[in-house]
Design a binder for this molecule. Structure first.
Ligand SMILES: [Mg+2]
Length: 367
């Protein structure tokens, strides 16, 4: 057992990594959530790190919960994003101390994971989207894809007129019956419109309808869930356990998608996953970019008993240049036969790129 002696962050506006060093010199790497990560790192040093200094490295869930109580005047996203940096660094540290991958610490094992290729684009025409998904299917053997319908918080107005009605059959037909088909509406619809779109989705074999309504309107989402037979899914933004309890108890969705880094780390994600398991609901952690969040989702999926059938894997710029490429020395994201693999390496099994660290803003909190 050792105590936390030093907490450092290395941030850009997009990404922020955390290094935790214990008194005995052992260390672990984690990540605060992406986007405005520089602001999140300021929150980290002001509202997370001071409570963590001197704490034991081993009781991760207890420490994260305690920090939430110490900062109880600050519920919401930024604190949770910052806590995720501490939580994920401590899991890495523990894995390195014990010589085990995080998934093994969580009761799972390393190995392959089926992925679904996740499109992040709405600016793309239906036939163009169909072409690139078919290409990824044929090149990498990916057998599940998610694409976008509606518009982000769109209030029933489409990205452009008729796009949803066109892209659903176009992509569904191009991918064919052998491919599992998912769509995401990103809070785009009222219940009436979502149900109308959902019926069309069912007619074209789509099995997963994500975030049909503004995500904070649990009653709206439940109305859609109750009306449709496909799986209505959601929860990526929800970062308070009480919101998750409400959502799961009322069965607002059929499948839960907590984001490890938005939610405050692995410990809190396991809490949500267990709550979902108790209600008989599967869990697929949200992982919409190829930073550490996808690595965390991989390890959680290989460990929880109610894991959904695949990992969310961003296809944006896969195989060409992407903003996430410089983050790791060897990104563990090679796709083979539609799967990626967790190797048997301690902690998260990744090394942060020294070039990224050298050029990032460095801040530290120490005794
Ligand atoms: Mg989504």
């Amino acid at each position: 057992m050792s105590r936390i002696a030093r907490l450092e962050t290395f941030s850009t506006p997009a990404v922020g990594f955390v290094r935790v060093t214990a008194e005995d010199g052992t260390e672990g790497w984690g990540q605060v959530s992406t986007y405005n990560a520089d602001i999140t790192c300021t929150v980290f040093h002001r509202q997370v790190a001071p409570h963590a200094l001197g704490a034991e490295t081993t009781d991760i869930a207890g420490l994260i919960e305690l920090i939430g109580e110490r900062e109880h005047k600050f519920p919401g996203s930024y604190l949770r994003r910052a806590q995720a940096g501490l939580d994920t660094a401590l899991w890495d540290l523990r894995g390195k101390v014990e010589g085990k991958p995080v998934c093994t610490l969580l009761g799972g094992s390393p190995g392959p994971l089926r992925i679904y290729g996740s499109s992040m684009r709405r600016d793309i025409a239906p036939d163009e989207e169909a072409d690139r998904l078919v290409r990824l299917r044929d090149t990498y053997g990916i057998d599940a894809f998610k694409w976008r319908v509606g518009r982000v918080c769109g209030r029933d107005v489409d990205q452009w007129d008729g796009r949803t009605e066109e892209i659903v059959p176009t992509v569904a037909r191009a991918l064919g019956d052998e491919v599992t088909k998912l769509v995401d509406a990103n809070s785009g619809f009222t219940p009436a419109r979502a149900i109308e779109v959902g019926r069309m989705l069912e007619d074209h074999g789509i099995v997963h309808f994500e975030e049909p309504c503004p995500y904070w309107e649990f009653d709206w989402t439940k109305e859609v869930t109750d009306a449709l037979s496909l799986d209505v899914t959601g929860g990526e933004q929800d970062c308070e356990i009480s919101a998750w309890r409400t959502m799961i108890e009322m069965r607002a969705v059929d499948l839960v998608q907590p984001d490890v880094l938005y939610l405050g780390g692995v410990a809190r994600t396991l809490e949500v996953a267990a709550m979902a398991a108790g209600a008989g609901l599967p869990c697929i952690p949200h992982s919409a970019n190829r930073s550490l969040v996808t690595v965390c989702a991989m390890h959680v999926l290989r460990a929880i008993p109610n894991a959904g059938p695949y990992l969310e894997f961003s296809i944006e710029n896969y195989g060409s240049e992407d903003w996430t490429d410089p983050l790791f020395v060897h990104a563990p994201f090679e796709i083979r036969d539609g799967c990626i693999e967790i190797e048997d390496r301690p902690g998260w099994g990744v090394e942060i790129n020294p070039n990224f660290l050298a050029n990032a803003r460095h801040e530290e909190t120490r005794a």
